[in-house]
Design a protein around this ligand. Structure first.
Ligand code: FAD
Length: 424
C-alpha cells in the first residue's frame, strides 16, 4: 500500500483512468501519480463489459475529433507490430430503410471520412440478409425494408482488455504507481486553512480535497482525477459538485453455432470476409462480429422503458433477448433463428443525457472525466489527452495526428459540444 503523498491520484483504472495517467505522466515525467481502483486489477468495470466497436461516424465535431484521433493512435500501436490490440477494420454498416435520417448525416460525413454506400441490389448478393422482412410479426413490429447501406471504413472492432493492457504496461514503464483492491469512500471536502474546530469546513472557509479515505488507509494528493464512470455521481455527491451524468443499463448477448458462423464469415466485401459491425434499420439494434470467438454479439441502446436505476452487479435479462432483440434480428437475418445464446452480460453507459459527449471538467482540485455515453473505448486516448491538458492548464489539447480540441468545449461552463445524433 502506498503511504506517501502524491501529486495526482487517479481514481479508476478503466480505459479513461489509464489513458489519463499515461498522458499526464508522459507530459510531466516528474509527477508522482497513483492510480487506485477497488477491483483487484485494471479494466474490470464497464471497460470489460464493452462491445468494443470503434467508429469515427459521429455528427458532432468534438466527437469526430475524439474518435478519429483515438482510432489513429490505436492504429499506430497496432501497426507498430509491438503490441496486438485485436484491432480489425471490419467496418460499421448502417442498414437503412426509406427516409432514414441517418442517410443524410452519413452523406455529409463522407466528406470527412471514408464511407462506402451500397445499394439494395448489391446487398441482395449477401444471402443471409432479408431486405424485406415479411410475416405477421414483421408487420406488428413495423419493420422497414432495407433500401441502402453505408459502411464506415475507418471503423471496426478491438479488444478492450488488450488496449487497457497496453496503457497499463506503458504507465508502469514510465513510473505511474498502482494500488488495486483500494476502494475510495465518497470524496469529502476539507478546509484549505483548517482551524481544528468541529464542523469544518464552514461556509466562509475555502475548500479543497486533500485527503481521501480508502479501505487501505488515507491518501493525500494535490489533484484528484475522478475516472469512475457511472460511479462518479456517488463519489462526488457529498462535495456538491454535479457529475452531470446518469447511468443506463446496457446488455450484450453472445450467440454461436453453425448458422451464426455462416452469417459471420459469409460477407465477401472486406479482406477478412467478416460481417461488419451492423446496425439494423429498427430501434438501433446492432450485431457486433466477434471472429476471435466465432460469435455474434447482439445489443441495443434502448431508451424508453429503460430506467436510470443502478445496481452494482447488473445482470443481462434473457427475456429481453427472447422477446425484444431476437425478434428484430431474426426478421432481418432469418437463419439466426437457429442461434444459441452462449453467454450474456450487462454494464452501464455513463450518459451525458444532453449532448451525448464526454464531460471533462475541473472543479476545485478535482478533474472529472465521465459521460462517455457508450463510446469511451473508441475515444479513450483523446480523453486522456484532454485530461492531461486540463491538468496542465492548457486551453487546447493536441490529439494524435495533430488535430486540436478546445479543452473547455467538453467542460461545463463554456461547453460548446454540439448534440450528438449518431448514438448507439
Ligand atoms: C454493453 C456495453 C457496450 C459498450 N459498447 C461500446 C463500444 O462498442 N465502443 C465503445 O467505445 N464503448 C462502448 N461502451 C462504453 C465503454 O465501455 C465505456 O465508455 C468505457 O469503458 C468507460 O471507461 P471508464 O474508464 O470511464 O469506466 P470503467 O471502465 O467503468 O472504469 C471505472 C473504474 O472506476 C472504479 N471505481 C469506481 N468507483 C470506485 C471507488 N469508489 N474506488 C475505487 N475505484 C472505483 C471501477 O472499479 C472501475 O474500474 C459500452 C459499454 C457497455 C456497458
Amino acid at each position: 500500500m502506498p503511504l506517501s503523498k502524491y501529486d495526482v491520484i487517479v481514481v479508476g483504472a478503466g480505459i479513461v483512468g489509464l489513458t489519463s495517467a499515461y498522458h499526464m505522466k508522459l507530459e510531466n515525467p516528474d509527477l508522482k501519480i497513483l492510480v487506485v481502483d477497488r477491483a483487484p486489477a485494471f479494466a474490470q468495470g464497464n471497460t470489460a463489459k464493452s462491445a468494443a466497436g470503434f467508429r469515427d461516424l459521429f455528427s458532432s465535431d468534438e466527437n469526430f475529433k475524439l474518435s478519429s484521433s483515438t482510432i489513429s493512435q490505436y492504429r499506430s500501436i497496432q501497426e507498430s507490430g509491438k503490441f496486438d490490440l485485436g484491432m480489425n477494420f471490419v467496418g460499421y454498416m448502417f442498414l437503412m430503410g426509406p427516409n432514414d435520417p441517418r442517410k443524410n448525416l452519413l452523406m455529409e460525413l463522407s466528406d470527412r471520412t471514408k464511407i462506402e454506400f451500397i445499394d439494395r441490389d448489391e446487398l441482395a448478393s449477401y444471402p443471409y440478409l432479408s431486405l424485406n422482412p415479411t410475416g405477421e410479426s414483421a408487420g406488428i413490429m413495423n419493420l422497414p425494408s432495407i433500401e441502402t447501406a453505408a459502411i464506415g471504413k475507418n471503423c471496426g472492432i478491438i479488444e478492450p482488455e488488450l488496449i487497457a493492457q497496453f496503457y497499463y504496461d506503458e504507465c508502469v514503464r514510465i513510473g505511474v504507481e498502482f494500488s488495486f483492491s483500494t476502494e475510495v469512500s465518497s470524496f469529502r471536502l476539507q478546509p484549505v486553512n483548517p482551524i481544528d474546530f468541529p464542523g469544518e469546513p464552514f461556509l466562509w472557509q475555502d475548500k479543497t480535497l486533500r485527503t481521501i479515505e480508502t479501505n487501505r488507509g488515507d491518501l493525500t494528493a494535490d489533484i484528484f482525477i475522478a475516472a469512475t464512470d457511472t460511479w462518479t455521481t456517488s463519489l462526488l455527491d457529498p462535495t456538491g459538485i454535479d457529475s452531470h451524468i446518469r447511468p443506463k443499463k446496457r446488455q450484450i448477448f453472445q450467440t454461436g453455432g453453425n448458422e451464426v458462423e455462416k452469417v459471420l464469415f459469409g460477407w465477401e466485401r472486406n479482406s477478412d470476409g467478416v460481417l461488419p459491425f451492423t446496425i439494423v434499420p429498427s430501434r438501433g439494434v446492432y450485431i457486433r462480429p466477434a471472429p476471435r470467438y466465432r460469435s455474434l454479439w447482439l445489443g441495443v441502446a434502448d431508451d424508453y422503458n429503460r430506467d436510470f436505476s443502478f445496481t452494482e452487479n447488473p445482470e443481462a435479462e434473457r427475456s429481453f433477448y427472447d422477446y425484444n432483440l431476437s425478434q428484430i434480428i431474426t426478421s432481418y437475418f432469418p437463419s439466426l433463428i437457429e442461434q444459441k445464446v452462449t453467454g450474456m452480460w450487462a454494464g452501464y453507459y455513463s450518459y451525458n443525457t444532453v449532448d451525448k459527449t464526454p464531460y471533462i471538467f475541473r472543479d476545485l482540485n478535482i478533474i472529472v472525466a465521465t459521460g462517455t455515453s457508450g463510446s469511451g473505448i473508441l475515444k479513450g486516448d483523446a480523453i486522456g489527452r484532454v485530461v492531461s491538458a486540463l491538468y496542465s492548464g492548457k486551453e487546447t489539447a493536441r490529439l494524435h495526428g495533430g488535430q486540436e480540441i478546445k479543452v473547455d468545449s467538453l467542460g461545463v461552463h463554456n461547453r460548446s459540444a454540439a448534440s450528438e445524433n449518431l448514438v448507439l
